[in-house]
Design a protein around this ligand. Structure first.
Ligand SMILES: NC(=O)c1ccc[n+]([C@@H]2O[C@H](COP(=O)([O-])OP(=O)(O)OC[C@H]3O[C@@H](n4cnc5c(N)ncnc54)[C@H](OP(=O)(O)O)[C@@H]3O)[C@@H](O)[C@H]2O)c1
Length: 229
């Protein structure tokens, strides 16, 4: 049974990745606070708050015990923007724990089992904010730059063991990511990617032949237009 783990599979990009994988006939375990929004039999949900770093190890170890996953796509995360001095220590910790530290802990659990199996693909969900910083993005960009450094380092560390590591860096994607934010992509369809566009990029990485690693995919909408609410 070929199985994938997808974090953040309950909404947005992660949900689109879950759907793509299930449509291709793979078993998928979604890990998020909410269940995956699908009744497809191939999809199961493990509910977990990945910002709660003490609670990550136990459910992931349980999942690993059931057998080697073919790969994992780590899509969970959220956006929080503002100038650095507006962020309390707790607000910084929440964003860093969710967007960065949880990914380190998940990779630390998943990489050894993939190395032992001599195969597996780990895909991180970065952002255009992993490529360049911008106004109001200090903390968010810090998490995504660090995630990209993690992906690049693991990519080199793991290749000798047959394990592939990649990162996808999307520009603005039309999802609930923007629900609590003061801005959204512009209204024109050229101003935002769809979650399915990003899932297609993930599938390209996963379906590359085993000897080929697509280290990184950067994709963005045709025109970057930001609309303030
Ligand atoms: N949308 C964009 O423009 C954009 C652009 C570049 C990169 N990204 C990145 O893409 C990823 C997914 O974003 P999205 O656009 O798909 O947003 P979304 O629609 O809001 O989905 C976010 C997903 O992350 C999960 N998640 C958030 N906090 C979590 C937590 N504490 N524990 C477990 N799961 C958690 C959510 O699940 P639950 O709420 O069920 O826990 C949900 O499944 C994020 O890493 C984001 O930084 C987004």
């Amino acid at each position: 049974m070929t199985r994938y783990i997808v974090t953040g599979g309950s909404a947005g990009i992660g949900a689109a990745v879950v759907n793509r994988l299930a449509s291709a006939g793979y078993h998928v375990t979604s890990v998020a606070r909410r269940k995956a929004a699908t009744d497809v039999e191939l999809v199961e949900s493990v509910r977990c708050d990945l910002s709660n770093l003490d609670q990550i190890e136990s459910p992931i170890k349980e999942l690993i015990k059931r057998g080697h996953p073919e790969g994992a796509v780590l899509c969970h995360g959220f956006g929080d923007f503002g100038s650095l001095e507006q962020f309390s220590e707790a607000r910084i910790r929440r964003l860093v724990d969710t967007n960065l530290t949880s990914n380190l802990l998940l990779a630390r659990l998943l990489i050894p089992i993939m190395k032992a199996a001599g195969k597996g693909t780990l895909v991180f969900m970065g952002s255009e904010a992993a490529l360049r910083g911008g106004k109001q993005g200090a903390v968010y960009a810090a998490t995504k730059f660090a995630l990209r450094g993690l992906a690049q380092s693991l990519r080199q560390e793991c290749s000798g063991s047959g394990v592939r590591v990649a990162i996808v860096n999307p520009g603005m994607v039309n999802t609930a990511f923007f629900n609590e934010l003061s801005f959204t992509p512009g209204a024109d369809q050229n101003n935002a990617l769809t979650a399915e566009d990003v899932a297609d990029a993930v599938m390209t990485i996963l379906e590359a032949p085993p000897h080929a690693v697509i280290d990184e995919i950067n994709l963005s909408p045709l025109k970057k237009v930001i609309r303030q609410r």
